[in-house]
Design a protein around this ligand. Structure first.
Ligand SMILES: [Zn+2]
Length: 440
């Protein structure tokens, strides 16, 4: 049996607290609810119509100025890094964070209120194993502002951080493993700190209505202003570590590796999260089965054609390799020189048109939608494609694996799928497709 710490966890029961939001200064209450295995962390805006949710993932990162903002469509949640740091470090893999505003309560500017909340709710082990990101080789990101983040292989999650203010004032260093106990004791209570010159213009524009010396330390010149004295002599670097944990929670997996951070900030942290997420999708693509089985939950060409109305030369799926749960599918298409589009695209230099790869994604996603709807009496119409990227040319002789994951479905009329195509273990194209259903 797996040891408990290798299993996913959610909160034992719903628990909440309320306070003031930093940017609007209004009252907000936040509740943590349990969620099933593989659910991940989602924010829920209780104050909006239909109570929309936002998945905690790097693709939903909108801005990183001063704080981390996530969004889907027009819905936003701001300043989420402290609650995410607490959830991640205290071992909560699955939860719904419900709020009646666009921002969590700022509390005392640290993650302590969220740690208290998680302890109040308790933790429950779930059946599924945790998902890890193991650092296999050094990775790094560097920003123009002088932030440097290096990630090295390690059996545990460690952070070694150097923080330095303007003119290297308040240079501090700390290196520590991150476990729930260490986080609670050494990191969680470290408060946000700001430089007076940075916040003064915001105060003048009234953009931080809830900001006060009760929820941030203000550094003015050599002076440190706050309501209560520093909680640690090196409180600043501890808060920087807190923010790194919160921002890396956007990877959606527990990191086994050593983060070495020099003058980190939200932008650089988010960039590292993005690099890790990209590496993770490359690895997932590589674990695609090399043999292409028939049966075993897959669909052969005949079965595919019973569902899809497309025919030669427009059928872009040879076979479905398999479904994973309710919302993932992998299919395969062998690209041969006999494809009609190679004649004109381009004579003497055959390259598969990108739009045909998007068409393949759309067909594979429709197969998934039909499986969900369990009917072929309706047809999915492809409405829009977002974030489409073509990364590598697809050539005759390539075997293209097409992956689609259903990310949203609204009622039985609209659905959204995240798709990517893989050739020789590399992602060649990707995109997010939206569908609507109509009766045939
Ligand atoms: Zn922070």
């Amino acid at each position: 049996m797996a040891i408990t710490s290798e299993l996913q966890h959610t909160v034992g029961k719903t628990a909440g607290f309320s306070g003031t939001s930093l940017h609007t200064g209004e009252k907000v209450s936040l509740k943590l609810h349990p969620a099933p295995a593989d659910h991940g962390i989602k924010f829920k805006r209780k104050d909006l119509q239909d109570e929309p949710t936002i998945d905690v993932k790097i693709d939903n990162l909108k801005t990183v100025e001063r704080a981390t903002t996530l969004g889907e469509g027009t819905v936003r949640v701001h300043t989420v890094e402290h609650v995410l740091a607490a959830l991640s470090a205290m071992g909560v893999d699955n939860a719904i964070v419900e709020m009646d505003a666009n921002e969590p309560p700022i509390g005392d500017g640290s993650a302590q209120p969220y740690v208290d909340l998680i302890k109040k709710a308790g933790l429950t082990a779930q059946e599924q194993p945790r998902k890890f990101f193991d650092v296999r080789e050094p990775m790094h990101v560097e920003s123009k502002t002088g932030a440097l983040l290096v990630l090295l292989p390690d059996d545990t999650f460690r952070i070694s951080c150097t923080q330095a203010g303007p003119n290297n004032r308040f240079a501090q260093f700390l290196s520590t493993e991150i476990t729930p106990a260490i986080f609670e004791r050494e990191i969680a209570s470290a408060r946000t700190f700001v430089y007076y010159e940075d916040v003064q213009p915001l105060m003048e524009k009234n953009l931080i209505k809830g900001g006060s010396l009760e929820n941030a330390i203000v550094v003015r010149g050599e002076a440190v202003l706050s309501k209560e004295p520093l909680r640690f002599a090196d409180e600043f670097v501890r808060h920087k570590i807190l923010d790194i944990i919160g921002d890396l929670a956007l990877v959606g997996r527990r990191i086994r590796g050593h983060v070495v951070a020099v003058k980190p900030g939200h932008a650089a942290n988010a960039e590292l999260a993005r690099v890790l997420a990209r590496e993770q999708s490359r690895r997932s693509a590589m674990s695609t089965p090399r043999a292409v089985p028939i049966g075993d939950g897959g669909l052969d060409t005949d079965e595919v054609m019973k569902i899809l109305p497309h025919r030669y030369p427009f059928l872009m799926v040879d076979r479905v390799i398999g479904f994973e749960g309710e919302n993932k599918i992998t299919a395969v298409k062998s690209i041969t020189i006999n494809e009609p589009f190679f004649q004109g695209h381009f004579p003497g230099h055959p390259v598969m048109p990108g739009v045909m790869q998007v068409e393949a994604m759309a067909q594979v996603a429709s197969l998934l939608l039909f499986k969900l709807a369990k009917t072929t009496s309706r047809i999915g119409y492809f409405m829009s494609a977002d974030s489409v990227k073509f990364r590598k040319p697809v050539l005759p002789g390539d075997t293209m694996f097409i992956h689609a994951e259903l990310t949203k479905s609204r009622g039985d009329r609209l659905a959204k799928a995240k798709c990517h195509c893989v050739v020789n273990d590399a992602v060649v194209s990707e995109g997010e497709l939206m569908f609507t259903f109509l009766d045939k």
